[in-house]
Write a protein that binds this ligand. Structure first.
Ligand code: GLU
Length: 306
């Protein structure tokens, strides 16, 4: 373990990166996300024993968006979806998260589970395995965070569906290549609802603790083998922050997954899971203040995977 005073570090981080809060722009392509105040900032850390530390707006729910892709991947693997890797790759895409171009060159096999095409494949398989992908996800997130109030935001899901042409294009293209097992409209519906889930930094840090606990859930039962937990963390490190994963690894040195709601979760295997939220995004879709805060955290503490 570490004798780091996490609360003191989070406060120091928040003070140090304050000038970055409000920089960047909230996501605009889903109207329901465009109205969020860009000056919000929160950060939380849950250690492996479940102790939570937080600073700023760390208890305020926000739109988790692509952060949910980590949890659906873990659930699909936990349900025995190991042949998933024949249908989705594990390489960084080097392309925007919703790119169509590469998918056509590569015959409908998405590069990794954290770009939209790959996440649609994962949601499709989880739907096949559980009969209710979004329900299985919500139940898991409530259980791990200990917060029964965690829920979908119907107006965000509806807004995404109303502006979901690109995700629909990805899904139908993959279906044309034989890489969708369920009807595309059902997969898209589960995917949009999945992305709409709202959670706070504290909820997400707790819910992602299995990644720091080598696959163990909050109640001590095993979700993933320690090898699978390592694999999910590795994909987060290489593919979790859009086409800026190399720079994120360089600056932060932790596996991370960001979402266009402005949240990022990051994992210190064996120690803790962190979550930071600030809605202003850089040109790649990562929270400006969020990346700065995680960078500052690992620099101040010397805690990283390297
Ligand atoms: N719901 C968003 C989409 O599929 C998620 C984007 C993201 O957070 O990366 O377009």
């Amino acid at each position: 373990m570490t004798d780091t005073d996490y609360q003191a570090v989070l406060e120091e981080v928040a003070a140090d990166i304050a000038p970055r809060i409000g920089q960047g722009r909230p996501a605009g392509y889903i109207p329901a996300l465009a109205d969020v105040d860009p000056r919000r900032f929160g950060m939380a850390l849950a250690d492996v024993d479940g102790q939570v530390y937080g600073v700023g707006d760390w208890g305020e729910p926000f739109s988790t968006q692509s952060i949910t892709k980590v949890f659906t991947l873990a659930l699909a693997l936990a349900h025995g979806g190991h042949n998933l890797w024949q249908h989705v790759g594990r390489e960084p895409s080097g392309n925007p998260f919703n790119s169509l171009v590469q998918l056509e060159y590569e015959n409908g096999i998405p590069r990794n589970p954290f770009i939209n095409a790959g996440a649609l494949v994962v949601t499709d398989r989880l739907l096949g395995m559980t009969g209710d992908a979004r329900g299985a996800l919500l139940e898991f997130l409530r259980a791990e965070s200990g917060n029964e109030a965690v829920d979908f935001a119907p107006h965000v899901a509806e807004s995404e569906a109303a502006h979901g042409e690109r995700n629909a294009a990805l899904a139908y293209f993959m279906a044309s290549c034989g890489n969708m097992l369920n009807p595309v409209p059902a997969v898209l519906d589960h995917y949009f609802w999945q992305c709409s889930i709202e959670m706070s930094c504290g909820d997400l840090a707790l819910a992602g603790r299995f990644l720091a606990r080598h696959g163990l859930r909050a109640d001590g039962s095993r979700l993933l083998s320690s090898s699978e937990a390592k694999q999910v963390n590795a994909i987060m490190l290489t593919c979790g922050t859009y086409d800026a994963a190399g720079n994120f690894a360089y600056r932060v040195g932790l596996p991370g997954k960001s979402g266009i709601g402005g949240g990022i979760i990051a994992v210190l295997p064996g120690y803790a899971t962190l979550c930071v939220w600030s809605p202003g995004l850089d040109e790649h879709g990562n929270s400006v203040a969020g990346v700065a805060a995680l960078d500052r955290f690992t620099t101040l503490t010397g805690l990283s995977v390297f």
